[in-house]
Design a protein around this ligand. Structure first.
Ligand SMILES: NC(=O)c1ccc[n+]([C@@H]2O[C@H](COP(=O)([O-])OP(=O)(O)OC[C@H]3O[C@@H](n4cnc5c(N)ncnc54)[C@H](O)[C@@H]3O)[C@@H](O)[C@H]2O)c1
Length: 344
């Protein structure tokens, strides 16, 4: 039986998701929702109903794909979960950590799956690199170099931390996947080279300590020209038995965006059908978002940041702002990290 998906957010990424749904043997499109009715109607193309709010078409759906702007992720996912609809959401999970913890608790409360589609996790080359690393034993250090000079125009050129907030989440999530481990501390220096065409910091160096003691170093710039790395970045893993390297598919065939989100959709559908928890479930994905927001916090203060301290502050804020039923779930967590890992 195919599952019926409502697409919420009919912008650039929404169009990619329409293609992924059309290509999937497991999913059919039920409806399209966008605040901008003209965009929703265009994307629906006369084939399916469209609306400007989810509640109007929720009855026809088995799950929601949320491809709205980051600022809307919290509201869209919270409404879907309250309607009993599982959500496959675009990255980043939410704009803030208290919102992310709220949604993790709401997913528990409603017993409804919420996963975040980190498309780059599904790159074929990444799986090959992980296999190579596994054959070498424990990792002492993992590094990513990312240097490109895209001229996006628009909102990215106005953000305070365009590189960390809009791009680094991919590499940070890939690092968690490669190490099979979780971050505990970060020191990050973010800066804007003098020739940068961005208003905010377009370059950064961050060092994370993971629970195993492995260090993950990320050095990157979005205003570097002349010797581009791939969009996945240039990776090395240093182990006692040697070093594994991956150029992020600069030399080989990189996966297309359609291929990676199709793989992400297939994993989500399998999770809905089997009840198994996908690796990108909201609880675990909070830790990728935490890597980004702790790096920003460190860059702003100039000091190292302990991830658990930031999670604790977010937990207190989430309890204070949540409705009683969600706050009760949050209060019942033994610790934030334990809740994210045990139920993740
Ligand atoms: N995985 C990737 O590689 C990748 C690539 C690009 C974008 N993204 C992510 O996809 C998401 C969308 O990005 P985009 O470039 O398509 O943005 P976009 O601005 O092109 O489209 C977003 C759409 O969401 C709609 N929208 C906003 N708030 C809404 C709400 N409350 N309810 C319904 N619709 C709402 C807007 O009207 C717009 O049509 C972002 O989270 C972005 O980070 C991921």
């Amino acid at each position: 039986m195919t599952l019926r998906a409502v697409l919420v957010g009919a912008g650039a990424m929404g169009t990619e998701w329409l293609d992924a749904v059309a290509a999937s043997p497991d999913v059919e499109l039920a409806a399209v929702v966008d605040l901008d009715g003209a965009a929703a109607s265009r994307a629906a193309g006369g084939r399916v109903p469209w609306a400007t709010e989810l509640a109007a078409v929720a009855g026809s759906a088995d799950f929601v794909i949320d491809a709205t702007v980051p600022a809307a992720h919290f509201e869209v996912t919270a409404s879907a979960l309250r309607l009993g609809l599982p959500v496959l959401g675009e990255k980043p999970l939410t704009a803030t950590l208290p919102q992310a913890l709220h949604l993790a608790a709401l997913s528990e409360l409603t017993g409804t799956l919420f996963a975040v589609s980190q498309s780059r996790r599904f790159e074929l080359g990444l799986a090959g690199f992980k296999k190579q690393i596994a054959g070498l034993g424990a990792v002492g250090s993992l590094t990513t170099s990312f240097y490109r000079g895209p001229r996006f125009g628009g909102f990215r050129e106005m953000m305070e931390h365009p590189l960390l907030l809009d791009m680094a989440i991919h590499a940070f999530d890939m690092a968690r996947y490669l190490l099979d481990d979780e971050p505990v501390r970060v020191f990050c220096d973010a800066y804007n080279p003098p020739w940068s065409w961005y208003a905010g910091d377009a370059a950064a160096s961050a060092v994370f300590r993971f629970a195993s003691g492995a260090r993950y170093s990320y050095t990157a710039s979005w205003c570097s020209t002349g010797f581009d790395t791939s969009w996945n970045g240039d990776w090395q893993a240093h182990t006692a038995a040697g070093t594994a390297a991956w150029d992020g598919d600069l030399a080989g065939p990189a996966s297309t965006l359609l291929e990676t989100i199709s793989a992400s959709l297939a994993v989500f559908v399998a999770a809905l059908r089997t009840g198994q928890r996908p690796a990108t479930r909201v609880h675990r994905n909070v830790l990728s978002l935490a890597m980004v927001l702790c790096a920003v916090e460190s860059a702003s203060s100039g000091l190292p940041v302990l991830v658990d301290d930031t999670l604790l502050t977010a937990h207190v804020a989430a309890i204070a702002s949540a409705p009683a039923d969600v706050a009760e779930v949050l209060r019942g967590w033994p610790s934030v990290r334990a809740a994210l890992l045990e139920t993740g």
